[in-house]
Design a protein around this ligand. Structure first.
Ligand code: ADP
Ligand code: ADP
Length: 226
């Protein structure tokens, strides 16, 4: 079970810029939520507050009914995938994927099993001993997703994960994310500026504009009543 609840969440940068005004949303267990809207509307800021990478200025964030405003990112049971992959360049794919589990001091056998399972799900078993620089953009993003899911996080955050890929690969990865979702037990919070991505991936879509929520609904609701 992992529900996420944002209650009147607000972000003010440097006592000056209000990036997110009043964000309230209840995310159900295993729901796939997409935040969509133009650049600068507050999507990343919202995601980063859920991750704990950005302090919440006002309001409350609950994960599984527990208030987590003051919990460090590592204590939130959340993993995040970035547009820029953020892989460790000096480590192999396998080492990149092992890293978060080694930090948790997980037994070696379990680490191996989890890395193997995630690599199979993402189709990257043949690249495990390569360094990121020897991989294509799509392969790198698969590794970044692999490194996130080995932790079996309650919530998987994705910030424009496909935006660095070309159109063909983006379509392919979109289908793979749908399959991924059927194989792992997690709640998704996904940020994009791409409407097609939002429509195909989201159970519900949150449309943001200028730091405000403009509309929340299923793809059908949002699409039919723009
Ligand atoms: P999006 O992800 O929708 O592109 P962001 O959350 O990145 O939007 O940004 C929302 C607003 O907050 C923008 O006006 C942006 O310039 C501002 N902003 C983002 N990060 C910071 C920061 N670290 N310091 C100050 N302002 C920021
Ligand atoms: P995106 O729009 O893809 O979310 P940006 O290019 O707006 O990303 O921001 C990249 C980084 O710069 C983020 O970490 C964001 O927090 C930071 N940032 C964005 N706007 C500002 C700003 N006005 N002042 C300081 N940092 C900012």
């Amino acid at each position: 079970m992992s529900t996420v609840r944002l209650k009147h969440v607000k972000k003010i940068y440097d006592h000056a810029v209000t990036a997110v005004h009043d964000f309230s949303l209840d995310i159900a267990d295993k729901e796939f939520i997409v935040l969509v809207g133009p650049s600068g509307c507050g999507k990343s800021t919202t995601l980063r507050m859920v991750a704990g990478l950005e302090e919440i200025s006002e309001g409350e964030l609950y994960i599984d009914e527990k208030l987590v405003n003051d919990e460090a990112p590592k204590d939130r049971d959340i993993a995040m995938v970035f547009q820029s992959y953020a892989l460790y360049p000096h480590m192999t794919v396998r080492e990149n994927m092992e890293f978060p589990l080694k930090l948790k001091k997980m037994p070696k056998a379990e680490i191996n099993q989890r890395v193997q399972d995630a690599a199979e799900i993402l189709g990257i078993t043949q690249y495990l001993d390569r360094k990121p620089k020897a991989l294509s953009g799509g392969q790198r993003q698969r590794v970044a997703i692999g490194r996130a899911i080995v932790r079996e996080p309650k919530v998987l955050l994705m910030d424009e994960p496909l935006s660095n890929l070309d159109a063909k690969l983006r379509n392919q990865m979109r289908s793979e994310i749908i399959k991924l979702r059927q194989r792992i037990n997690t709640t998704f919070l996904y940020v994009t500026h791409d409407q097609t991505e939002a429509m195909t991936l989201g159970d519900r879509i949150v449309i943001m504009k200028d730091g405000y929520i403009q509309q929340i609904g299923t793809p059908q609701e949002v699409f039919n009543h723009p």
